[in-house]
Design a binder for this molecule. Structure first.
Ligand SMILES: Cc1cc2nc3c(=O)[nH]c(=O)nc-3n(C[C@H](O)[C@H](O)[C@H](O)COP(=O)(O)O)c2cc1C
Length: 238
């Protein structure tokens, strides 16, 4: 009986990379939402062969990284665990936007394991970014289609801070400057990354996905493009 229940439990695989912890924060709550609905989640983190430290440490290194990543440079990753190749009801492939593209470790994953992991597989991409994700999405969608994946929807979380502070703040944070602690910048840039409300939204998304999987309903119809996940900001001061 227990074995039968185990068999019926829906299985979700997270294939993910996170440099500064933001994708991970979102995924932790997403997994908790799924698990609350009785879904089993296996998380497989992509590990660069040569670890990339965060913050990068200087303005120069950050600028160099932005240029390198703009050219969609792949970052070699360590082999995945055998569990990644088991059968899953849904695969969530998640990571940050790097210079308008998927991050280097995710690009490596597609290059070397894409077909094996994604062919005929239901896949839900999750993107964490400061705000500019469309090109990343188009690129990711292209890579998934090439692997004959079945893309069931997309989830995007952007940082909830107004421009230009968001861009300036993210850049300085990556360089290791802690803009949120600066007297002048801190007023406009109180925090790097996603808000607590967004993490709760991720939890809610997890529950909705979990119940859709359990009830055999479509994930395609779910609206993940909420104003909490993807806040829109007026260009003038409000
Ligand atoms: C090298 C680099 C390039 C980035 N380029 C973009 C970009 O083009 N668009 C964007 O919205 N965010 C960009 N970001 C910001 C990250 O996508 C954002 O901070 C994300 O939340 C980080 O997720 P992580 O902590 O999981 O790595 C970039 C970050 C880095 C390190």
């Amino acid at each position: 009986m227990a074995a039968m229940e185990e068999k019926q439990t829906k299985q979700v695989l997270f294939l993910c990379y996170s440099l500064s912890g933001q994708t991970s924060r979102v995924l932790v709550r997403l997994a908790e939402g799924l698990e609350e609905m009785g879904i089993h989640v296996h998380t497989e983190r992509l590990r660069p062969v040569q670890p990339i430290r965060f913050p990068l440490g200087s303005i120069r290194t950050t600028l160099a990284m932005m240029v390198i990543t703009f050219f969609r440079t792949r970052v070699p990753i360590a082999p995945l665990s055998e569990k990644s190749y088991e059968k899953y009801d849904l695969v969530i492939v998640a990571g940050p936007t790097w210079s308008y593209h998927p991050s280097g470790p995710i690009l490596s994953l597609f290059k070397f394991e894409g077909l094996r992991l994604f062919k005929n597989q239901a896949v839900l991409p999750v993107i964490s970014c400061r705000g500019y994700w469309r090109m990343h999405w188009y690129g990711l969608r292209h890579l998934l289609k090439k692997c004959q994946a079945r893309i069931v929807n997309r989830i995007v979380f952007s940082h909830p801070i107004k421009e230009p502070w968001r861009t300036v703040g993210v850049f300085l944070k990556i360089a290791g400057k802690n803009p949120e602690r600066s007297k002048s910048l801190g007023k406009f840039y109180p925090k790097y990354g996603h808000s607590v409300e967004q993490l709760e939204e991720a939890f809610r998304f997890g529950r909705i996905i979990g119940s859709a999987l359990t009830d055999g309903k479509s994930i395609e119809e779910i609206n993940f493009q909420t104003s909490t996940a993807l806040p829109k900001f007026p260009t003038s001061k409000n």
